[in-house]
Design a protein around this ligand. Structure first.
Ligand code: NAD
Length: 536
């Protein structure tokens, strides 16, 4: 339920990282919520020992049995959604509606999707076997890989814990999970597991910061799914390389939104504002670079300004309770609001125009929704991930220019294209170097659990969710079953005649024209006769 927020402006904001103890604060007030010690080396080792023991059990379960476990989580989420929202809001400072939609809805949806589809995606798959290998049969098995390590950031602390965990578990693995030191949600996942009746031991939560993360990697998990910054992603990949641990990296973004002159201005501007400001802009796929066709640019900027100024935000009404009617919440991490402030000040100093917002409410983690134009290349905000409630807008003249601007970034996570001309929109969607594109919508691809999610370029690689997510936590094992043939022609002994027959076979199969099958059978029979006479 909504709680009245008592603001204490004198208290420094959020986690104190100088000590080995983690101090977790409510970002809305600065008040300390609790502290956590970093785990000892023994505790880290023990977590993996237990995860290995649990793996033996999880891998032995059928996919259906694992799905039934996840349905217990679904029931718990449905019955306890307000408690879950309360916990998430308290540590992140986000708006309640953001918490309900992004941290509860999404988890329920992935459970539902797997419940309906995972058995099929993880079933043994038959694949074609070429005639030359007749009468063999080929299959793919999707098998568990072992205890996996999931490391998450602070912006969606429950979503980015539960969705990877559930995916890894459904694929047959046990999990060691390290939440962000900014939003550990102490005890929440353990409570969800215990009270829902979900399988004991399948998930181990280890609290701690970067050093704990490094120590967990040294325990050699079967795979690491890392969600976080590109900087940390590089470090993790480097460390994982020493042990040859496969990694999947879900990293930062600087997502473009391209608006053509035939788009509905009112709806598209509303989409841009939500896409940029939802979760206070602390979304890896939030709209950070908006490109608008020059013909509609002035009206579009005006529509954005008007809509942004209607948003409710703590900077306009400090300490107000949120009954689900707050649009943009506080920012979660102190270092992040400082980064946003620095980028905005840098842009201002280099000539950008701030149409609304732009100045943080003193002594708070509240950055007002901000609209900026007149962006130039020298500004940090043009290239660096902002990860805050700030939208920059630039005009473009042609489709080619829009694509060039959209691709002018080291990142490639997600994008959106807006036009009534669907052919043009899909052409641009193909031309943008990115992992996800929504057409005439924003951040929409993540809303479908059946669609794989992941990035390109410095936004990382690998895909989770959808069938690809289940397969990314599987050992994809190739099987060939031979229950008919006797001796194989390519086995020893090699003879001159066999060489010549193989040469003819190769021509028949790959260059035999319309009669290739007949020619293949003829040469094949000769080879078989030769093999019968010439055995080892
Ligand atoms: P971060 O990289 O600082 O930290 C993320 C997690 O990694 C934390 O749990 C942290 O303790 C741990 N960590 C950091 N360095 C580590 C190391 N060397 N070894 C082991 N663990 C380490 O990121 P953050 O500030 O928490 O999150 C914000 C970033 O996450 C943004 O760049 C955002 O775009 C990105 N993000 C990406 C996605 C995605 O799906 N692509 C989703 C959400 C957030």
């Amino acid at each position: 339920m909504p709680d009245q927020v008592a603001v204490n402006p004198t208290i420094p904001m959020q986690t104190d990282t100088a000590t080995s103890e983690i101090v977790v604060r409510d970002p809305r007030t600065g008040n300390v919520l609790y502290t956590l010690p970093e785990p000892s080396d023994v505790e880290i080792e023990r977590a993996f020992q237990e995860a290995r023991q649990a793996f033996a059990k999880v891998r032995g379960m059928s996919v259906r049995e694992r799905l039934d476990e996840t349905l217990k989580l679904k029931r718990f989420f449905l019955d306890n959604k307000e408690m879950i929202v309360d916990r998430v809001v308290q540590e992140t400072g986000k708006a309640r509606t953001d918490a309900l939609v992004s941290e509860v809805f999404t988890v329920l949806d992935i459970i539902d999707y797997y419940d309906k589809h995972a058995e099929r995606h993880l079933a043994d798959a038959k694949v074609p076997t070429p005639v030359i290998l007749w009468p063999k049969k080929s299959k793919i098995y999707y098998e568990p890989i072992g205890p996996v390590l999931i490391i998450s950031p602070w912006n969606y602390p429950l979503n980015l814990a539960m969705i990877p965990m559930i995916t890894a578990f459904v694929a047959g693995n046990s999990i060691v999970f390290k939440p962000s030191e900014w939003t550990p949600l102490k005890g929440l996942i353990e409570e969800i597991i215990e009270k829902s009746g979900f399988m004991k031991g399948a998930v181990k939560v280890v609290y701690g910061g970067k050093d704990t993360g490094r120590k967990l990697i040294d325990q050699r998990p079967a795979k690491i799914l890392f969600t976080g910054s590109t900087r940390a992603g590089r470090q993790i990949m480097e460390q994982a390389a020493k042990h040859l641990i496969p990694v999947e990296l879900e990293l930062g973004g600087k997502d473009p939104m391209v608006v053509f002159d035939d788009a509905d201005i009112d709806r598209t501007a509303a989409g841009a504002v939500w896409g940029a400001m939802t979760n206070s802009g602390q979304t890896c796929t939030s709209v950070e670079r908006l490109f608008v066709h020059e013909r509609v640019y002035p009206q579009f900027v005006e529509a954005l300004k008007q809509k942004i100024e209607k948003l409710s935000h703590p900077s306009r009404d400090r300490g107000r309770p949120d009954a689900g009617d707050l649009d943009v919440g506080s920012m979660t991490a102190r270092f992040q609001i400082e980064k946003v402030e620095d980028q905005v000040n840098d842009a201002k100093a280099k000539g950008a125009t701030v149409h609304t917002g732009g100045t943080r409410t003193e002594d708070s983690q509240d950055f007002p929704p901000t609209l900026i134009t007149d962006i130039t290349d020298e500004m940090k905000i043009a290239h660096e991930e902002t990860f805050g409630p700030v939208l920059t807008v630039q005009p473009f003249k042609s489709e080619d220019e829009a694509v060039r601007l959209a691709n002018d970034s080291p990142y490639g996570l997600s994008a959106s294209v807006w036009s009534k001309d669907i052919d043009r929109a899909t052409r641009v969607a193909r031309a943008i170097e990115t992992g996800n594109v929504s057409i005439n919508n924003v951040l929409a691809t993540q809303g479908n659990s059946a669609l794989p999610f992941g990035g390109t370029k410095e936004s990382g690689f690998g895909r989770y969710k959808g069938p690809h997510g289940l397969h990314s936590f599987s050992n994809i094992k190739s099987i060939m079953i031979d229950s008919g043939s006797k001796y194989e022609p390519h086995w020893f002994p090699y003879t001159k005649e066999k060489y010549s027959l193989f040469s003819k076979l190769l021509d028949a199969v790959y260059d035999g024209g319309p009669l290739w099958l007949l020619k293949t059978i003829q040469v094949g029979m000769k080879l078989e006769a030769h093999v019968k006479k010439n055995k080892l």
